[in-house]
Structures are given as structure tokens and as C-alpha cells.
Design a protein around this ligand. Structure first.
Ligand code: OAD
Length: 244
């Protein structure tokens, strides 16, 4: 596609949240039908919950793996992968742990909250990929030292991987265009990335069904389902439409 028809400035940096996977059938966390409406985050997604009942925590994550295994990436994931293929400078940061961006073909991806499809040993630090659904036994054990393994995800009260956070902040600080897609913008530090980008001069575009704390700070707001809104923005941005 000819460059002169492009109306956005690179690097493009994207932050996604659970809203991008909602149209695939993966529940979001907050709002109607959100996971935290039916389950208490503190019983299932904290280090203390895991220490007191690892099997209960694992049942929750095993159920989520099973649910996601039955879902397919949607048009929103596909458009984001297409934007990456057609960009020289692109970084996507996702708060999602479902792996749907990779299944849609995204490659430059920072999984800032970890992955449902990786396990980690809290004792020896071993990390490994595991796609089994269902597990042979719960809780799963470390293949090296046989301790009880945990999902390689970030729980409430835990710090993000400092390297991933630093890379994400650097990317946000260099962004020409920052797309924030399907996130309530309530969970920090990820929620701070769009504003960091904006302060550094990026054009901030929000895609969401609803208003969020970021809406008032965005330069453009595409309200509606991420799949159709991303498609519409990408079509406009690559066809010499109004400059962003
Ligand atoms: P939330 O559940 O907080 O927010 C989902 C957002 O997606 C809301 O703003 C919805 O309006 C929007 N949304 C829903 N469906 C959409 C659609 N089809 N198109 C566009 N937008 C849509 O989820 P996150 O912001 O991802 O963290 O939550 C952030 C973090 O809080 C998660 O990574 C998780 C959670 O607790 C940890 O587990 C550490």
C-alpha cells in the first residue's frame, strides 16, 4: 500500500485489554458479565490465595484455559496483526493472558500480565510453555523440582516484570500514534502507558464500547465494538482519509 496514503505517524504503539477478546467470547473482568462480578479476585488472583488453596486457584485458571481454547481470534485481533504487518515501527502491549493476539498472527507482543499458556515454579524459578487442556492433574508440578507450579501471570499485589514494563514505557514514550483498545484503564501501571505516550507527544486514539477515565484525554475516540471500529479506523488511516 502506498505510503503517501497513510495518515498516521509511526511508531504505532497499541495497548489492549480484555475488551478486544470480548467478541471472541472471552469474558472481560469488570462490568456486566465480567469475571470479577461472579468471582472475588482476592480469592483467586493473589499470591495469598495461591498459598492458602493452590488447587482452587488452579481450577479457576484451568477453567479459563478450557474456555479460551474454545474461542477464536476475532476481526479486532486480525486488524491489529494486519497493522503490525504494514508498519515499520510497531509495538503491542497486551494486558490479556489469553494468547489470542498470537493466534491472530501478532508477533511484536509484550504480554505485560503474563500468559495463561505458561507455567512457573515459585521455588526454582523454572518457566515453561504448557498448552494442555485439561491438565492431567491439578495442581500441576514443576518438571525440575516437583514443587507446585503456578500460572505465569501477574496477580493483584504483584509487581510486573521490570524489563517488560521498562520496554513498554520506552515504546510508549516514542509512540507517534498510540491506540488504546478495550481496556477500562483502571489497572496500573498498564493504565498509565497511554498518558505517558500522550505527554511525550503521541496522538492518542481510544477504541471502547464506553467512556473510560482515558476518554477525556484522547485525541480521537472510536466508540463501539473493537472489531468494527478498528477496521473502520485502519481503512480510513490507510486510504488518505482525515489526518490523525
Ligand atoms: P476490564 O474488564 O476492566 O475492561 C474491559 C473494557 O473493555 C471496558 O472498558 C469495556 O467497555 C471494554 N469493552 C468490552 N467489550 C468491548 C468491545 N467489544 N469492544 C471494545 N471495548 C470493549 O478489562 P481490562 O481493562 O483488560 O489484570 O482489565 C485490566 C486488568 O484488570 C486485567 O489485565 C486483569 C484485570 O483484573 C490482572 O489480572 C492483573
Amino acid at each position: 500500500m502506498p505510503d503517501e496514503r497513510r495518515t498516521f505517524v509511526e511508531p504505532i504503539v497499541v495497548l489492549t485489554g480484555s475488551g478486544v477478546s470480548a467478541e471472541s467470547g472471552v469474558p472481560t473482568f469488570r462490568g456486566e458479565g465480567g469475571l470479577w462480578e461472579s468471582y472475588r479476585a482476592h480469592d483467586l488472583a493473589t499470591p495469598a490465595a495461591f498459598r492458602s488453596d493452590p488447587e482452587l486457584v488452579w481450577r479457576f485458571y484451568a477453567w479459563r484455559r478450557q474456555l479460551v481454547r474454545g474461542c477464536k481470534p476475532n476481526r479486532g485481533h486480525a486488524v491489529l496483526a494486519e497493522i503490525e504487518r504494514h508498519s515499520q515501527q510497531f509495538t503491542m502491549i497486551t494486558q490479556n493472558i489469553d494468547g489470542l493476539h498470537q493466534r491472530a498472527g501478532s508477533q511484536q507482543l509484550i504480554e505485560i500480565h503474563g500468559s495463561l499458556w505458561r507455567l512457573r515454579c515459585p521455588q526454582c524459578g523454572q518457566r515453561w510453555r504448557d498448552l494442555a487442556v485439561p491438565f492431567e492433574q491439578l495442581p500441576p508440578h514443576c518438571p525440575e523440582c516437583d514443587s507446585i507450579a503456578r500460572p505465569d501471570v501477574v496477580w493483584f499485589g504483584e509487581a510486573l516484570d521490570p524489563k517488560l514494563l521498562e520496554t513498554s514505557m520506552e515504546a510508549a514514550g516514542r509512540a507517534g500514534t498510540f491506540l488504546v483498545v478495550g481496556t477500562s484503564g483502571l489497572v496500573h501501571p498498564a493504565a498509565g502507558l497511554p498518558l505517558l505516550a500522550k505527554r511525550a507527544g503521541a496522538h492518542l486514539i481510544e477504541f471502547n464500547l464506553e467512556e473510560t477515565p482515558l476518554t477525556a484525554r484522547a485525541d480521537e475516540v472510536w466508540q463501539g465494538p473493537a472489531s468494527s471500529q478498528l477496521t473502520a479506523w485502519w481503512t480510513e488511516a490507510t486510504s488518505g482519509g482525515k489526518p490523525t
